[in-house]
Design a protein around this ligand. Structure first.
Ligand code: HEM
Length: 350
């Protein structure tokens, strides 16, 4: 067996010889450009790991082409573990902003001109993360910024790669398919269901008619309009990209997450919200840092700068609909109790 040496194994020479600050006259007379380069490189390495994990998760969902994820294997726990790992990486890279903030605005001005028109805006890997999660070009804040390949934007080749990733099955689309096939509403499980109301059920499942009334009763006077929203989200249009069937599944999992069969699915939904939240934290920290470094000057990538970044914070979420399911929850004690056949199906049977 080859006698592998540490630095060869991790190809350390390549990494440690990839910092070439453009503003330095000599290494012992440097400024913060060294820190600036290293921190971007570290970010890009973590972006690479996040893409790797995202692709593994997507592959699990796409397995076998049709049904994908196998509910009777460790697929679901692998997916949750990998999504939680992405969350941990995001926590770490959020903290890293503080390291760069030890550089002041004046320190940055010493070398800002040498990097023009390069910008983090051209980070292909960052765009790939967003695209693979399910954020579409047209859903972005100032979508026009992303469409051209002028100075400071993505190169033609990078833009094509991002567009390709957007066209593949995104994590969001795969999650929707998975939610849509939730099987628990077959009549065999609901024979002995004891209704909590006498309301007509029409073409809605009797459980949802009862739940809707319990939700209505939970609303305060100034929230009355929410009931209309409930019907729209769960029976008519869905919410954002997510159709009503999948929204109902997400709500059902969230309400009954104490049932053994729903524990992992709930962890999964929770991990998606967590990723969205941590990514949004990063956007916010990055925006604050940018405002501190360059004030209201335009970015090297040609956007309006801090103003643009602030807009992305409130708009660039991939799983907002999942997180906002909380709008439609009711107290535990008010939940309709599930029929015995369904509870048995949803429990561990050892
Ligand atoms: C002095 C520090 C920094 C400044 C002043 C700065 C400035 C900016 C500005 C102004 C933009 C908007 C695009 C533009 O017009 O250029 C931007 C975008 C971006 N920057 Fe930074 N940045 C800094 C550090 C970083 C670091 C350390 C990263 C880590 C990779 C990073 C990643 C990004 C990304 C991914 C975007 C695109 C964000 C989006 O479109 O949602 N930046 N940056």
């Amino acid at each position: 067996m080859e006698n592998l040496y540490y630095s060869e194994y991790i190809e350390l020479d390549k990494i440690l010889n990839s910092q070439h600050p453009k503003s330095f006259k000599s290494m012992d007379e440097g400024n913060d450009e060294m820190l600036f380069i290293i921190i971007h490189q570290v970010y890009e390495l973590w972006f690479k790991q996040m893409i790797f994990e995202l692709d593994l998760v997507r592959n699990i969902f796409m397995r076998d082409g049709k049904d994908g994820i196998n509910d009777n294997s460790d697929d679901m726990s692998k997916v949750v573990q990998k999504l939680k790992r992405i969350g941990k990486i995001l926590e770490l890279i959020n903290q890293q902003v503080g390291v760069l903030e030890t550089m002041t605005a004046l320190d940055f001005l010493e070398f800002r001109n040498v990097l023009l028109p390069a910008s983090g805006f051209q980070s292909k890997q960052f765009r790939l993360i967003e695209a693979k999660m399910g954020l579409k070009m047209e859903q972005r804040y100032k979508a026009e910024y992303y469409k051209h390949t002028r100075r400071g934007s993505l190169s033609e080749a990078d833009l094509q790669e991002v567009n390709r990733a957007e066209g593949e099955s995104t994590l969001k689309e795969l999650i929707i398919k998975w939610l849509e096939r939730m099987p628990f509403f077959e009549e065999e499980y609901w024979m002995d269901y004891k209704r909590t109301t006498q309301a007509e059920s029409g073409d809605k499942h009797k459980f949802w008619v009862d739940y809707r009334i319990a939700y209505q009763n939970s609303l305060s006077e100034n929230e009355a309009g929410r009931l209309k929203e409930f019907d729209k989200v769960f029976f008519e249009e869905g919410r954002g990209d997510i159709p009503p069937t999948a929204m109902r599944a997400a709500l059902f999992i969230t309400i009954y997450r104490n049932l053994p069969i729903f524990q992992m699915p709930f962890e999964l939904l929770n991990a998606l919200s967590e990723i969205d939240e941590l990514l949004s934290n990063w956007r916010y920290r990055h925006f604050l840092m940018v405002r501190r470094m360059i004030g209201l000057r335009v970015g090297t990538g040609g956007t309006s700068g801090a103003g643009y970044l602030e807009g992305t914070v409130s708009q660039h979420y991939a799983f907002r609909e999942i997180t906002e399911v909380a709008t439609f929850l009711i107290e535990r004690s008010k939940r309709p109790s599930l029929p015995r056949a369904l509870r048995e199906k949803a429990s561990f049977n050892v």
